[in-house]
Unconditional design. Structure first.
Length: 77
């Protein structure tokens, strides 16, 4: 996924991972070993690993607010 904008009206982006195949109340996502790597140009900026031992289907990975990465790293139902 690439973020590019010249729209000054948008100052926040949120990045989520959703487990479509897992059970609603299960912990499959948290034990999936998933990771998200963010690149700035060709260099790694951040790498996020799914939090372990949490129940839910939605991994709220990070936000970009005014060009800065804000770590969320939580799982919710």
């Amino acid at each position: 996924m690439t973020f590019y904008t010249d729209n000054s009206n948008i100052d926040e982006y949120k990045y989520y991972v959703y487990n479509y195949s897992g059970g609603y109340a299960g912990d499959e996502l948290s034990y999936s070993g998933a990771r998200v790597t963010v690149y700035y140009g060709s260099q790694t900026s951040e790498t996020f690993h799914v939090p372990i031992n949490q129940i839910g289907r939605t991994w709220n990975v990070f936000s970009i607010v005014d060009g800065e990465i804000v770590i969320e790293n939580t799982i919710t139902p």
